[in-house]
Design a protein around this ligand. Structure first.
Ligand code: SF4
Length: 235
């Protein structure tokens, strides 16, 4: 046991400084393409490379819908005219009319995670929030297995037909006030799975979404930022 204590003291604190300070380690997030102006033919060709219609060209402008981006990188790889790209992980947004939990929840927020047909990628990133590096407990975020104790409903996956009833029941069982976070491209738009014969086009098809966390999958810091938005601790 003493060896572990010694090793811990030698190693020091390794937890991310975020949100007190920006996280600057390499590779913490893949970032997103950003809207770009190009000659019209180039803009059209860029938009045509996107398999999920996350890129749309209007004249010489290429618009980006991060909610649909599945990070296939076709817009920057294998083309001589790659789109502009922005690093960072603070891409979560509060939807117009979306609810945030008030200051009373600041130090004890319980999160119910529902896998609504996720491929495993987003769920794996959510799981990282409990490891010593991201350590979401230090910010007052805890996972709960029961909707009766949940303040935040965090949903991953496009909502497959078999999960519709389960998700609706979980949402209905949560006490008010409550906040719904849709995490990942599939939960926001159906991604590459929906709409299809087994899945819809995201969580908002079924229940009202308050906070959107784009990415495929979103990095742990991006999800942490979403939780901070959900609790009014990030703009
Ligand atoms: S990375 Fe892929 S999905 Fe995302 S905008 Fe570029 S082409 Fe579209």
């Amino acid at each position: 046991m003493s060896q572990w204590i010694l090793r811990g003291l030698k190693t020091g604190i390794k937890t991310t400084p975020y949100p007190a300070r920006a996280e600057e380690s390499a590779g913490v997030s893949p970032g997103f393409p950003v809207k770009t102006n190009r000659p019209e033919a180039e803009a059209r060709a860029l938009a045509a490379r996107c398999p999920t219609a996350a890129l749309r060209h209007i004249g010489d402008r290429v618009e980006v819908d991060c909610r649909r981006c599945v990070h296939c990188y076709r817009c920057i790889r294998g083309t001589e005219t790659p789109i502009d790209w922005e690093q960072g992980y603070e891409h979560s947004t509060l939807k117009p009319g979306g609810a945030v939990l008030g200051a009373a929840f600041e130090h004890s927020i319980h999160i119910l995670v529902v896998d609504a047909g996720d491929c495993g990628a987003c769920l794996n990133e959510v799981r990282q929030l409990n490891n010593p590096y991201y350590n979401m407990h230090r910010l007052g975020f805890f996972i709960t297995p029961t909707p009766r104790q949940a303040d935040v409903l965090l949903v991953v996956g496009p909502v497959t037909d078999h999960m519709r009833l389960t998700l609706q029941k979980a949402y209905d069982a949560m006490p008010a006030p409550k906040c719904v976070m849709a995490v990942g491209a599939c939960a926001l738009s159906g991604g590459v799975f929906g709409p299809s014969f087994v899945a819809g086009s995201g969580v908002a098809d079924l229940i009202p979404v308050d906070v959107e966390v784009p990415g495929n999958p979103p990095a742990p810091l991006a999800i942490l930022h979403g939780l901070l938005v959900a609790t009014g601790r990030a703009p």
